[in-house]
Design a protein around this ligand. Structure first.
Ligand code: MN
Length: 289
């Protein structure tokens, strides 16, 4: 099942190029603040699923292309990410001054966090701050969405805790400041276009993902190239912190990271999950103050 959030928090099931409104069946109150309804829907999904499936069949559909796709989980408990998780990306980063000397091999680096506030959706532009002389980069990643929470989850049971998958772009300013800050600007974490549930994706090994800038392929790799695999990541993270339904784990990126600038279009695609194409614009700083 492909579950989208759209038009200001509606929940939709995507079938082909159509989206069916299942907001009520998903138990979502559109006026709720903070907007944690989808987290509750994920936590209660086994119980809600029959009603959601029935509503999807009964609800009138509109073309997906006609709606504004919001970020699927706007208010997760945690947005976690894996650093340096592909060998060739480690090698390219070791050539940069700020990360020279970092491990190039399979030595794991744990995880880090991006601000939940950096999340945006498939219909939202990436808004770049004005940082003259700095490298603002795209990172193509797989988003792993936790369904059932837990602590000390063994890798052999890890897949049972995954609700689904999305595309994720880890937008980053290179440099020596604290990583959390460089990766936490508003719209620096597009996720979407929807969540494809784990049962529809099947075996998450060998899922290929790729990213283009202005139609030029910049990044491509399968999940088999991850140094810390999906199962191992869930084991590692849950040894530190209790995973909650709706938590998002970014897989880390492969080689080929590079600059984006206002006027560019970034497209990301994950096999069996979906794709989204985002414009890059200059952040309207003055308008936000
Ligand atoms: Mn990354």
């Amino acid at each position: 099942m492909r579950i989208a959030r759209y038009n200001g928090g509606h929940i939709g099931v995507v079938v082909g190029d159509q989206i069916h409104d299942v907001t009520a069946a998903a138990g979502i109150d559109l006026a709720e603040w903070p907007p944690v309804g989808i987290v509750r829907t994920i936590a209660r999904f086994a119980e809600l699923r029959p009603g959601i499936e029935a509503a999807a069949k009964a609800a009138p559909a509109v073309p997906v292309a006609s709606v504004h796709l919001d970020t699927p989980i706007p208010w997760p408990h945690k947005l976690l990410a894996l650093p340096g998780n592909f060998r060739a990306h480690r090698a390219e980063m070791s050539l940069r001054p700020e990360t020279a000397g970092a491990p190039r091999t399979d030595e794991t680096s744990g995880f880090f966090m991006k601000s939940n506030g950096s999340l945006s959706g498939a219909s939202d532009p990436i808004r770049l701050p004005d940082k003259p002389g700095r490298d603002l980069h795209h990172e193509c990643e797989l988003a792993i969405i936790i369904g059932r929470g837990g602590r000390h989850i063994p890798r052999a049971r890890a897949l049972e805790h995954i609700f689904g998958y999305s595309c994720l772009i880890d937008v980053t300013i290179r440099g020596k400041e604290e990583r959390v800050m460089r990766k936490s600007y508003d719209t620096f974490c597009p996720v979407g276009p929807w969540i494809t549930t784990a049962d529809e994706v099947g075996n998450p090994d060998e899922i290929a993902m790729r990213l283009w800038v202005n139609g030029q392929l910049r990044q491509e790799a399968p999940t088999t190239d991850m140094i810390v695999g999906i199962r191992e990541a869930i084991e590692m993270i849950s040894d530190v912190t209790t995973l909650q339904p709706g938590d998002i784990i970014a897989s880390g990126t492969m080689s080929g990271v590079g600059p984006i600038a206002p006027g560019d279009t970034v497209k990301i695609e994950v096999d069996r999950v979906g794709s989204m194409s985002l414009p890059v614009v200059a952040d309207a700083v003055a308008a936000n103050r």
